[in-house]
Design a protein around this ligand. Structure first.
Ligand SMILES: Cc1cc2nc3c(=O)[nH]c(=O)nc-3n(C[C@H](O)[C@H](O)[C@H](O)COP(=O)(O)OP(=O)(O)OC[C@H]3O[C@@H](n4cnc5c(N)ncnc54)[C@H](O)[C@@H]3O)c2cc1C
Length: 434
């Protein structure tokens, strides 16, 4: 690649104890948790609203479980959806419009400095240590300095910029498909089915609904790669959140791929609307309400850390002495990187498992933690812990760890994990129960 030399001194935007890049479920919890420990915290988000996939991505179901007492419980309470049963036992449905305001208050009330419409674009290193985050906002390029940084960008942008080792996808490099989820209403609730996904055997006129959709694909009624039609109930009767469009072969860390995906997915939405109205009882008069303003990326970089957790460990319900998130639970949900539905013919269930603190500590750079879907794990393990309940609990643990490191002037790699566990346990978080 040819290069252009460019050099200039950048203004300082502030000095913090903890800087969090990315304000999705992990980043929000990370920033609030660190601020509540008394740290001076900045939260950098490239979009104009907080929440990541929880809001910008139109992801309605908050899936997965973690042990009691984490910020996941607090957030679902604040969102007013704790324990709702729209999705059976798989998780809780929430209203992503309501969440935009709730999250803005949640973060502001904790005293976090929020930098919206600001992208993390480069890392300043002194030796092995990350000391500054170059941000691009309305004022141009500036630098945020901090004692500790947390990469919650989902894509592991900050860790990659800082030089930590990263991996992407499975052995052949392919990743799970990207999706635009969209919201529809005017579904007749008495007749209109819902379908959470491949674990759902809901029937349509005596046939398993997903088999019916596959048959429609084979008969040319639906494009074959969008026959996994997931229709999630929301908190409002007559609404469905549709998690069905998909584009394969996309690497969301490559700019050129983003528009290719956007164009493909936008073209699938009218096809699906037409399919619903024609073939699904109760959907005859359904209307498109809204689509997200950003691509839904399930998988991109995984930042390699002190420990790399595997799906085999999740299946066995692994416990670790340096547990930071306890009793995490969600199936290994690998959306097919090459076609419709699931990548694996048999669903891999897991036993409630621990995420060890070492998965949050990247190799090769000091002063940095990760939380959310970019932590250190394998392609298959990632497909379980990437759901939002688990990302929230990870963010909280990383936030408390970062605040401790800042207060003790110690590097995340050297943190006495007992201190982190004591701080989390003091908040009522269960880390150790059998
Ligand atoms: C289509 C789809 C459907 C899904 N369905 C479900 C579901 O039903 N239930 C469920 O629980 N989970 C679901 N997931 C998974 C879940 O939404 C994500 O894995 C989870 O949100 C990850 O949380 P996170 O905080 O790590 O990242 P994200 O939610 O992706 O948040 C990352 C944040 O960082 C910001 N950011 C990124 N790069 C930068 C940068 N360089 N500078 C500044 N900011 C940056 C982003 O704008 C974003 O706000 C789904 C995911 C997708 C894509």
């Amino acid at each position: 690649m040819s290069r252009v030399e460019y050099s200039r001194a950048l203004p300082r935007a502030g000095r913090y104890d903890v800087v969090v890049a990315g304000a999705g479920p992990a980043g929000i919890c990370g920033a609030v948790a660190a601020a509540r420990e008394g740290a001076r915290v900045a939260l950098v988000e490239r979009y104009g609203i907080l929440g990541g996939m929880l809001t910008s991505g139109h992801v309605g179901p908050i899936l997965g479980a973690v042990g009691p007492g984490t910020m996941r419980d607090e957030l679902t309470f604040l969102l007013g959806v704790q324990g709702n049963d729209m999705l059976g036992e798989t998780g809780v449905a929430h209203d992503f419009e309501k969440a935009k305001g709730t999250l803005a208050r949640f973060v502001g009330d904790a005293g976090v400095d929020v930098l919206l419409q600001t992208m993390a674009v480069d890392a300043v290193r002194e030796g092995d240590r990350l000391t500054g985050l170059v941000i691009a906002g309305k004022e141009g390029l500036r630098v945020l300095e901090s004692k500790v940084f947390i990469d919650c960008t989902g894509d592991g942008d900050l860790a990659a910029l800082a030089g930590a080792p990263v991996e992407k996808g499975r052995d052949d490099g392919l990743m799970q498909p990207v999706t635009l989820e969209f919201l529809i209403d005017n579904v007749d609730e008495d007749r209109g089915i819902a379908c959470i996904g491949d674990v759902d055997d809901v029937q349509l006129k005596g046939e398993r609904f997903l088999d019916f959709c596959r048959r429609c694909g084979e008969e040319g009624i639906l494009p074959m790669n969008i026959v996994a039609v997931r229709l999630h109930r929301t908190v409002y009767p007559g609404q469905r959140n549709v998690n069905t469009t998909q584009a394969n072969g996309i690497d969301a860390t490559k700019t050129a791929d983003l528009y290719r995906a956007e164009r493909t997915l936008r073209a699938q939405i009218p096809l699906l609307m037409d399919f619903f109205r024609r073939y699904l009882p109760g959907y005859e008069h359904c209307r498109l309400v809204s689509t997200p303003s950003t691509l839904g990326v399930r998988e991109s970089r995984r930042v390699m850390g002190e420990y790399v957790i595997t799906a085999e460990e999740l299946a066995a319900g692994a416990r670790f002495p340096d547990v930071a998130v306890h009793k995490a639970e969600f199936i290994v949900d690998i959306h097919n990187p090459t076609g419709p539905g699931q990548a694996e013919s048999r669903i891999q269930y897991v036993k409630p498992y621990d995420l060890p603190y070492r998965c949050f500590v990247p190799l090769g750079v000091e002063g940095l933690l990760t939380a959310g879907r970019c932590i250190s794990g394998t392609h298959r393990a990632h497909a379980s812990y990437r759901v939002m309940s688990i990302c929230m609990a990870m963010g909280q643990a990383a936030g408390v760890a970062a605040a401790l490191c800042a207060a003790l002037c110690c590097d995340p790699r050297a943190l006495d994990v007992g201190l982190l566990q004591a701080a989390l346990t003091k908040k009522g978080i269960d880390l150790f129960s059998p």
